[in-house]
Design a protein around this ligand. Structure first.
Ligand code: SAM
Ligand code: SF4
Length: 329
């Protein structure tokens, strides 16, 4: 099996595939209130998404995360999930969702072969949840979490973005919600992607050091020895099964062991979350008629473009203008 190795010797075996830029929420850190979404013809069809996923698995990628936008708002998304679930060589099929429709989808997702699921949850207070998500209902997300729990996923992880003045007093409540249900939870530092927010991010960003300190004031939080590839650092509280993760793109640079690339819903292969280096896989499919083989060659050719590291909030560096829903979170 060929392997995808970049110029810094890192092996790429994980892709994040965005299946839509649309969403039923408008989270303040991710979108603007009035969003214009891509015209349909610019978005990859479900067949094109499948060809791209197949090309990656034939190049040794064994883990695919479906994301967006909100993957579960894409029409007929289950047909894609089912076909990906049958791809030879794929060990892990993962999904990141806002949870609002899990009540309906948890069971078919599990049946189609989704192993693990991440559910975003930034507040346990209905009004605040509304303020952060602008259009979301806490109640439906909590029902989604319960539906997922009934399906025996290998792991369910909650994702929380903590922002000063929004939900920074809910770190313990969110942690305990996860602990009580044996769920994992990851705290994600807010990243400056696009001009999405109704706030100045440099004032609201909460470092994960601070978040960990809040939990450590009440519980013993011990680092888990086993190293996982990627940006999360995991901790555990003795006697509890939940893992507590910290994803710190702003305060720590985790690029040295980066094993992933992203494909946007327009078919742009993005080599790094914080940079613009990319290759247009949609053009290979549509304009150059490259098919599966053409896409594989384009992916192999793109590996040397993967930059060594990202820079956020650093002097003289131009921030990406992409919003998170366009990037594939
Ligand atoms: N709609 C799904 C959801 O919300 O889980 C999947 C897509 S969303 C873009 C994926 C993750 O990115 C979510 O956990 C969300 O909290 C996170 N996210 C979005 N914008 C972000 C930002 N500016 N900084 C950090 N995390 C962000
Ligand atoms: Fe939608 Fe997820 Fe972005 Fe929130 S974070 S607006 S749920 S895509």
């Amino acid at each position: 099996m060929p392997a995808l190795i970049d110029s810094f010797g890192r092996r790429v075996d994980y892709i994040r595939l965005s299946v839509t830029d649309r969403c039923d929420f408008r989270c303040v850190y991710c979108m603007t209130e009035e969003m214009t979404f891509l015209p349909r013809d610019q978005v990859l069809s479900l067949e094109e998404l499948h060809i791209i996923a197949q090309a990656f698995t034939e190049l040794g990628v064994n883990k695919i995360r479906l994301t967006g936008g909100e993957p579960l708002v894409r029409n007929n998304v289950m047909s894609l999930v089912e076909s990906l679930g049958r791809l030879p060589g794929l060990k892990e099929l993962l999904l990141t969702t806002n949870g609002a429709q899990l009540d309906k989808y948890a069971q078919p997702l599990r049946q189609a072969g989704v192993n693990r699921i991440n559910i975003s949850l930034d507040s346990l207070d209905a009004e605040r949840f509304r303020r952060i998500s602008r259009t979301g209902k806490l109640e439906s997300v909590l029902a989604g979490v319960e539906a997922a729990r009934r399906q025996n996923f290998e792991h369910i992880r909650l994702n929380a973005v903590i922002m000063k003045g929004y939900n920074d007093d809910e770190v313990l409540a969110l942690t305990e919600y996860a602990l009580d249900r044996d769920l994992d939870i990851a705290f994600i530092e807010e990243m400056p992607l696009g001009n999405a927010s109704d706030h100045d991010r440099e004032n609201t960003v909460c470092s994960n050091e601070w978040v960990r300190g809040v939990i450590a004031a009440k519980y013993a939080v011990l680092p888990i020895k086993e190293k996982t590839a990627g940006p999360s650092r995991y901790y555990q509280i003795p006697g509890r099964t939940s893992r507590i993760g910290f994803i710190s793109p702003v305060s720590h640079n985790f690029c040295g062991d980066c094993n992933r690339v992203r494909v946007t819903v327009e078919g742009r292969l993005l080599l790094c979350l914080g940079n613009e280096h990319s290759v247009d896989l949609r053009a290979v499919l549509r304009e150059q008629n490259g098919g599966l083989e053409g896409v594989k060659q384009a992916i192999i050719g793109a590996m040397h473009l993967k930059p060594e590291r990202h820079f956020f909030y650093e002097k003289d560096h131009v921030q990406p203008v992409r919003l998170m829903n366009m990037t594939g979170g």
